[in-house]
Design a binder for this molecule. Structure first.
Ligand SMILES: NC(=O)c1ccc[n+]([C@@H]2O[C@H](COP(=O)([O-])OP(=O)(O)OC[C@H]3O[C@@H](n4cnc5c(N)ncnc54)[C@H](OP(=O)(O)O)[C@@H]3O)[C@@H](O)[C@H]2O)c1
Length: 231
């Protein structure tokens, strides 16, 4: 049985990834900041023998290390760096007005934390079968697609794309494929009610994309519905 570790698993796309992977017979290590307050995730875990809930603050090295100790040397087949934030208020992350502290926090969560989590679970992935290190990025991070808004968010996602590309050649030697995935414009707390697709549709598409990934694809940037995305 495959084991999937997912961050930001308490709501939105992360929660639907947990539900979808568990329903398709995978074991899920579902991680979030405050398990005691994650009632939807706890309900999914209570209804399944294949979901375990763990606490992690992805931007805190000690917290990530504690999670790694809790997981031990178990093989992990798929790591999904899903936790992410939109950054400062829309009007405070642009050319005219930038919240620099908020930009730094956005980089910590969206860019640096995915590498920190990957480092912590690299050895577990190396023991996995067809191991995949997946990061939920955004089309807004693509260098080749300019959407001139939300400078903090866009740059943090563009940077994580680059970081994961840089990690890919060495990880190939461990048998770990690297993928960046754009989940679509999704009706979550981040995407808002006016977004285009439901979290369930996004997660269903992403699971199919992740299931089809092999080492030969690494590194790749895919959309939730299976297309290649411009970098
Ligand atoms: N929704 C979209 O249209 C869209 C489009 C492109 C990309 N994405 C990406 O998809 C991923 C999931 O987003 P979503 O749409 O499902 O949003 P969401 O419903 O707001 O969920 C965001 C998740 O990230 C966690 N998170 C937020 N800030 C964090 C922080 N500072 N430290 C640790 N965890 C934090 C949240 O945990 P808490 O509940 O504890 O805050 C939550 O689990 C993100 O990486 C996002 O950038 C979303």
């Amino acid at each position: 049985m495959e084991t999937i570790l997912i961050t930001g698993a308490n709501k939105g796309i992360g929660l639907e990834l947990v539900r979808g992977f568990a329903e398709s017979g995978r074991h899920v290590i579902a991680c979030c900041r405050v398990p005691d307050e994650a009632s939807d995730l706890q309900a999914v875990a209570a209804a399944s023998d294949h979901v375990e809930v763990h606490e992690v603050h992805v931007s805190d090295g000690d917290s990530v290390a504690a999670l790694a100790r809790a997981i031990g040397d178990r093989p992990i087949d798929v790591l999904i760096n899903n936790a992410g934030m939109a950054g400062p208020d829309f009007q405070h992350q642009g050319l005219a007005d930038m919240d620099y502290d908020g930009w730094a926090e956005t980089f910590t969560v969206n860019t640096m934390a995915p590498l920190r989590v990957l480092q912590a679970f690299r050895a577990n992935l190396a023991k996995g079968a067809n191991a995949r290190a997946v990061t939920v990025t955004s089309q807004m991070g693509a260098i080749g697609l300019d959407m001139p808004v939300m400078f903090a968010y866009c740059s943090s996602k563009g940077a994580v794309n680059k970081v994961m590309r840089l990690a890919a050649p060495e990880l190939k030697g461990d048998g770990i494929a690297v993928a960046l995935v754009h989940p679509g414009f999704v009706k979550t707390d981040m995407g808002g009610p006016g977004a285009e697709i439901t979290p369930k549709a996004s997660a269903t598409g992403l699971i199919a994309v992740i299931d089809a990934l092999t080492l030969d694809d690494s590194p790749c940037f895919k959309t939730w519905d299976g297309n290649d995305h411009v970098w």
